[in-house]
Design a protein around this ligand. Structure first.
Ligand code: NAD
Length: 309
């Protein structure tokens, strides 16, 4: 393949992302995991599907970073999930440690790569990777908004019984329960959503979108969503490698846009071969601005709680 993508973490999100990228022949994929055999085994398992499905991308896996050298894009999904008895700060400290180590390895072997962060708490882990890598914001950003918007799009399509292909929606803000769904900017084949659904139905969709992650966790009991998250990562990687200039909501390091400074917050951005090429500023109502501000404050609190390094 013309491109190489590294996926760190061969767990649910990482392995499914690798599979989607390889099956679409978007790039060759290198999976790295601290559980080296898990990454090696999953890569081999996927390659053994290649003759049946007929894809020519190569997938390899292990615990070593040397094979990641020269990656065009690196997707970071490595991390711990919060376990019973673990405080939010414990999780923040553990995942900070993991993201520090992973980022320094990635940068060592692929100094010109583009990093897409997936590990939670998302906005704070983006900040850890930014500090460690020293990358400009064009080359380090996070996946959250594409997933949150995809959930909202599905709920709208389901409520109206229309094709998902016709539904567009945006979700701004941090990746947590303060995220800001924007029904005013949601459309169904160009028709604004408020013309198609009653206000209380829209509000119910907003609430379900905000709780989309936990809804899946409650069903899975162990682990969290990965089919939709990996699809969202795939969309971002494809937009970058194919230089699509697609506008996608991403966690971007804001430098004055939306009145926010030096903070990763979910906003619409143009993704192309250079990475995050432009932040798109939407005209927000006073209410939407206040909700975004509140969400940014939640991210700020999290970043403030990061261990110093
Ligand atoms: P998972 O537990 O299935 O996989 C995580 C993998 O990371 C494991 O295989 C583990 O061995 C590996 N790992 C741990 N430490 C490592 C290290 N130092 N180096 C390399 N690999 C290491 O979890 P998952 O379901 O794949 O989720 C991964 C992360 O993505 C979690 O933090 C989760 O919360 C997050 N997530 C984010 C979004 C989003 O919208 N941003 C969506 C879904 C999941």
């Amino acid at each position: 393949m013309d491109y190489k993508v590294t996926v760190v973490g061969a767990g649910n999100v990482g392995a499914t992302t690798a599979q989607r990228i390889a099956e679409a022949e978007l790039a060759d994929v290198v999976m790295v995991d601290v559980l080296a055999d898990l990454a090696t085994g999953k890569a081999l398992d996927m390659m053994e599907a290649a003759p049946v499905l007929g894809f020519n991308a190569r997938i390899s896996g292990g615990g070593d970073y040397a094979p990641t050298a020269g990656s065009d894009v690196c997707v970071v999904t490595s991390g711990l999930a919060r376990k019973p008895g673990m405080s939010r700060d414990d999780l923040l400290n553990k995942n900070t440690e993991i993201i520090r180590e992973v980022t320094s390895q990635l940068v060592k072997y692929s100094p010109d790569t583009i990093i897409i962060m997936v590990t939670n708490p998302l906005d704070a882990m983006c900040e850890v990777a930014r500090r460690v890598s020293g990358f400009p914001r064009q080359r380090i950003f996070g996946m959250a908004g594409v997933l949150d918007a995809a959930r909202m799009r599905w709920f709208i399509a389901d409520a109206l019984n229309v094709s998902v292909e016709d539904v567009d929606a945006f979700v701004l803000g941090g990746h947590g329960d303060t995220m800001v769904p924007l029904p005013r900017y949601a459309t169904v084949n160009g028709i604004p959503l408020p013309q198609l659904l009653a206000a209380d139905t829209i509000e119910a969709i907003n609430t379900r979108t905000r709780n989309g992650g936990i809804e899946i966790v409650n069903y899975y009991k162990q682990g969290s969503a990965y089919y939709a998250p990996s699809a969202a990562v795939f969309d971002m990687v494809a937009a970058i490698l194919h230089d699509k200039k697609k506008i996608l909501p991403c966690a971007v390091y804001l430098q004055g846009e939306y009145g926010l400074h030096d903070l990763f917050v979910g906003v619409p951005a143009v993704l192309g071969r250079k990475g995050m090429e432009k932040v798109v500023e939407l005209d927000l109502s006073a209410e939407e601005k206040a909700a975004l501000q509140k969400s940014a404050e939640a991210v700020h609190e999290l970043v403030h709680a990061l261990p110093s390094f």
